[in-house]
Design a protein around this ligand. Sequence first.
Ligand code: AMP
Length: 358
Amino acid sequence: MAVLPPGSTLGILGGGQLGRMLSQAASRLGFNVVILDPEENCPAARVSQGQIVAAYDDPTALTVLGRVAQAVTFEFENVPAASVATLAEGGALVAPGPKALAVAQDRVDEKTFLNGVGATTVDFVAVDNLDNLLAGLERLGTPALLKTRREGYDGKGQVWVRSAEMAADAWQAIGERPAILEAKADFTRELSVIAARGRDGAIAVYPLGENVHAGGVLKTTIAPAGVDATTEARASAIATAVLEGLEYVGVLGVELFDLGNGALLVNEIAPRVHNTGHWTQDGCACDQFEQHVRAIAGWPLGPTAAHARVEMTNLLGDEVEQWTALSAEPDARLHLYGKAEARPGRKMGHVNRVKPLV
Ligand code: AMP
């Protein structure tokens, strides 16, 4: 497919903050953006040319979007596979493609794929019933982490199992759904790498970020993380193997556990722009959002070197009310998502504190 020139229309499934920041980056490069989201006037729609208000599996809405947009992308990975097929039938290029979505939607398939391309993960067991769970605990030891195979995010749908006696309660707690039991990763810190692959197969990798989570939700990212060159090279090799293994087009986030002995394990991959990549907005000439737009439009990928060290802090719930004080900090760049209701734990914005590169 030809390179998309400015003036082309991009479609985005999902109208939250990731869709909004993608739309802003696309608009700066001269693209028109149409959002598909069931919530009228969603954060992304308010900065875009148009919105189709419909469910993500509404066949008419998908057909229309596939016709008006020359390329369609997503801000979340749980897009039904049938929706991707309908979009492609409408004539749009869909990126990332069905393989990346299928792998990212199922934690067992994801870990199986990752190990297959040499990106090591924790040991794991697929769990379909209480007997599997007990056998898994025997094999992996305790504590182990039970997660639903599908649709978990930000620590939701997962529970630590500390002993065999807790197994039945844990199985109930996750709704007795198909699950994965993971060995505990004894990590010293959590890192992530944001990387992109263009339509021509070119790959660009950003410096690593170091992440701190609270209650399963990302709190801060500091990037560049200040890791040694070997760790940086290892993370880059992992990202490259994943991108190539998925024949991926666009930006991908890879969450890593640093075991402190030189080994990196992959926790999970996100086939989209990622919260731990928000630092690139104020730390790099071409941020992850522009990079994603460039990749799917078939443009050359942009530079990924950091020109500043950034500490990104998520503003959750009513923390967003600190905007007056934050906007008065000279080194703080405020990014607010325009969400009306500051429900507890809801991602309302983030602040990038920009420091000199060390
Ligand atoms: P996830 O939803 O899989 O990204 O998990 C959310 C957070 O739970 C991660 O960022 C880690 O802090 C923690 N976590 C997830 N899996 C494991 C594991 N196997 N061992 C230890 N901690 C984990």
